[in-house]
Design a binder for this molecule. Structure first.
Ligand SMILES: [Mg+2]
Length: 130
């Protein structure tokens, strides 16, 4: 069988900053990933409920109005059918406590803001090809 486009890995990007969503989506699509986006935690959780078996990775901002990334992370990692989804947290460089808390809640990897699209794609490629 030949490969087809349905084999693309799918990434859910969750961030309340439109510029981050746009940049991230653009680079991941250039890298041949399929993307889903959400600007808030509540909606992100709804997408996960519906599509958890089709999502390979969630890129998750921590600070968002309403439901935080921590809360979404905690629900993913404490729910049997979601917990195998790889979660990559967006963190701010100087906020070491973000990383500590994310680690406790089960985050798999971190990407530090600010980042370039190239760096992001390189890191995601490393994670998903492991
Ligand atoms: Mg934010």
């Amino acid at each position: 069988m030949s490969e087809n486009t349905t084999e693309k890995k799918r990434i859910l990007i969750v961030d309340d900053e439109p510029d981050i969503l746009n940049l991230t989506t653009k680079f991941l699509e250039l890298g041949n990933y399929e993307t889903l986006t959400s600007s808030n935690g509540k909606e992100a959780m709804k997408i996960i409920e519906q599509k958890y078996d089709q999502i390979d990775l969630v890129l998750l901002d921590i600070m968002m109005p309403g439901r935080s990334g921590y809360s979404v992370l905690e629900e993913i990692k404490t729910t049997d059918k979601y917990k195998d989804i790889t979660v990559v947290l967006f963190t701010v460089k100087s906020f070491n406590e973000d990383i500590q808390k994310g680690k406790r809640l089960g985050a798999d990897y971190y990407i530090t803001k600010p980042f370039s699209g190239k760096e992001l794609l390189k890191k995601i490629n490393e994670i998903l090809n492991n």
